[in-house]
Design a protein. Structure first.
Length: 117
């Protein structure tokens, strides 16, 4: 098990940028694939981006490709989500997750991202 704490959310104007961080504690962070998900009011939680344990493979939702970048620093037990060209549709609570073999079973508490138009 890993414990996850997100930070970096806030209020930004459309077109602006934010960088989310997710700090992990616990054992074997480097063994986990890491992902970012988001949930907007009245909508289901959706996948945003994921990175495998080594950082060698990255995956993105079509809606964020070319705007968001996921990265990780295993020495710091941290995963990041750089979000550029933010749109009002990106407004949501963003959650960090750790998982293996496609099962996401460790979640943070979330961080709010608000995008004003």
């Amino acid at each position: 098990q890993v414990q996850l704490v997100e930070s970096g959310g806030g209020l930004v104007q459309a077109g602006g940028s934010l960088r989310l961080s997710c700090a992990a504690s616990g054992r074997s962070f480097g063994s986990y694939d890491m992902g970012w998900f988001r949930q907007a009011p009245g909508k289901e939680r959706e996948f945003v981006a994921a990175i495998n344990w080594s950082g060698g493979a990255k995956y993105y939702a079509d809606s964020v490709k070319g705007r968001f970048t996921i990265s990780r620093d295993n020495a710091k037990n941290t995963v990041y989500l750089q979000m550029n060209s933010l749109k009002p549709d990106d407004m949501a609570i963003y959650y960090c997750s750790a998982g293996m073999a496609g099962t996401w079973d460790n979640w943070g508490q979330g961080t709010q991202v608000t995008v004003s138009s």
